[in-house]
Design a protein around this ligand. Structure first.
Ligand code: 5AD
Ligand code: SF4
Length: 436
């Protein structure tokens, strides 16, 4: 038998790309590839790219430049570009970067085996279709090889919301939900392979409609799976938080007390210009209802500063909203012009104004995150241990609230949810002791 070919995948951007990278590697597994951590000994290098903010394409071109010498050294090396930059600029990449053999969009990677055959026979292959055939129906099953305790599972893709700044509706296409039966089947395969925690993924995951009961209905069905200990989901739009999903946060023991619910801005004027279709007030009311269902829930958000037209007063409204909500986790960005989106037509704010606002916003969010981390000290939390830590007998895992936690624990605890009393809080992790 010939030696297996080696595949190196580099993933940029969001968790859905992490999931897609795994599935692309599985597809190419059928072509005789095994994954490697070093690009130098790879027979195929795949860059799974992100297009959400500026400079994404430039990053891809400079990475391709760095890979060039590898190709000069090994003429059999094939280089592919996948993900959202591939979707948005596939033909341009083919033109500008002769080093690239293969370009595949997020909706067509089930066709990778045929594309691999084509590039191995010396052709270049480009596929950025939104095909009628369902990618997920064609993909290989997840396989039985032992997996890490926590896994992603894509249940929904695309977005119909068309926020004025966002490329997702263009790169990932219209909102599509996978049927619940397929999701449950994949979840069982993952649990059989050792997965104890699933994070359900979608660009607009709470708009999921592959189950009569929506995302909540799917979560309740998944909660029936023995061996699945924890369920999370991301990322959500405030307008799709229905009553059943809010209630599930209080009633479903396997649904973790953590919710990523982006608001982007706290100014109604800016929210309107962003086409968010909700107000600051309606978001805060929603948070109150979620907290009534699950008082200890840890909230996470996304924020954009410097959207075109944002005044100091608008920015202060965002700061006020943050003070009202109190976030345990947050992601914040300077507005970045995306060609083809409605906001790209509007005049931009000066860079120094954006920098200043981002700094103030992040200082406030960091303060809140630290305070919530510190408030964990003395509390007992569930921790799913994932791997060995850096020190001696320590393992590292994630708490119910998604904090990284270190504790002295036996190797056998990897893959288990154990009770831990938190004793210390650092900037990036908590430390604790096992109590069960
Ligand atoms: N500029 C800055 N941030 C953006 N995001 C999406 N598009 C842009 C953009 N053009 C942020 C939003 C979104 C997160 C995934 O990325 O906050 O929720
Ligand atoms: Fe983009 Fe999210 Fe708005 Fe959809 S809901 S357009 S993915 S920011």
């Amino acid at each position: 038998m010939s030696a297996p070919r080696k595949l190196f995948v580099k993933t940029y951007g969001c968790q859905m790309n992490v999931y897609d990278s795994e599935r692309m590697a599985e597809q190419l597994g059928g072509q005789g590839y095994v994954t490697t951590d070093t690009p130098e000994d790879a027979d195929m290098i795949l860059l799974n790219t992100c297009h959400i903010r500026e400079k994404a394409a430039e990053k891809v071109y400079s990475e391709l430049g760095r890979l060039r010498p590898l190709k000069d050294a090994n003429p059999d090396l094939k280089i592919g570009v996948a993900g959202c930059v591939a979707q948005a600029e596939g033909e341009e990449i083919m033109r500008r970067a002769p080093v690239v053999d293969l370009v595949v969009g997020p909706q067509s990677y089930h066709r990778l085996p045929a594309m691999d055959d084509a590039v191995r026979s010396g052709q270049r292959a480009l596929d950025t279709d939104f095909p009628d055939d369902d990618k997920f129906d064609t993909l290989k099953s997840r396989g039985k090889a032992k997996r890490a305790p926590s896994a992603f599972l894509t249940v929904q893709e695309g977005c119909d919301k068309f926020c004025a700044f966002c490329v997702v509706p263009y790169t990932r296409g219209a909102e599509v939900s996978r049927p619940a039966s397929r999701v449950i089947q994949e979840a069982r395969e993952l649990v059989d392979a050792g997965v104890a925690e699933l994070t359900l993924l979608g660009q607009n995951v709470n708009a999921y409609h592959g189950h009569d009961g929506g995302l909540a209905g799917l979560i309740w069905d998944l909660a029936e799976i023995d061996g699945l200990e924890r369920i999370r989901f991301t990322t959500s739009h405030p307008n799709d938080m229905d009553d059943a999903l809010i209630a599930a946060h209080g009633e479903c023991a396997k649904l973790m007390p953590y919710l990523h619910l982006p608001v982007q801005s706290g100014s109604d004027r800016i929210l309107k210009a962003m086409n968010r279709k909700h107000t600051a007030e309606s978001y805060v009311r929603l948070i109150e209802r979620i907290r009534a269902a699950r008082p200890d829930i840890l909230l996470s958000g996304d924020f954009i500063v410097g959207f075109p037209g944002e005044t100091e007063e608008d920015f202060e409204a965002t700061m006020d909203l943050i003070r009202t909500v109190n976030y345990g986790q947050a992601y914040s960005f300077k507005y970045s012009t995306r060609p083809g989106t409605p906001a790209a037509e509007k005049p931009q704010l000066p860079e120094d104004v954006m920098n200043d606002r981002l700094q103030r916003l992040q200082a406030l969010l960091t303060e809140q995150q630290r305070a919530i981390q510190n408030s964990m000290v003395g509390r007992e939390v569930g921790v799913l241990f994932e791997k060995k830590g850096r020190i001696g007998g320590q393992l590292i895992g994630k708490s119910d609230y998604l904090h990284a936690v270190y504790a002295d624990a036996p190797q056998t605890a990897i893959g288990q949810v154990r009770r831990v009393r938190i004793e210390t809080a650092g900037p990036n992790s908590l430390g604790g002791v096992l109590v069960d």
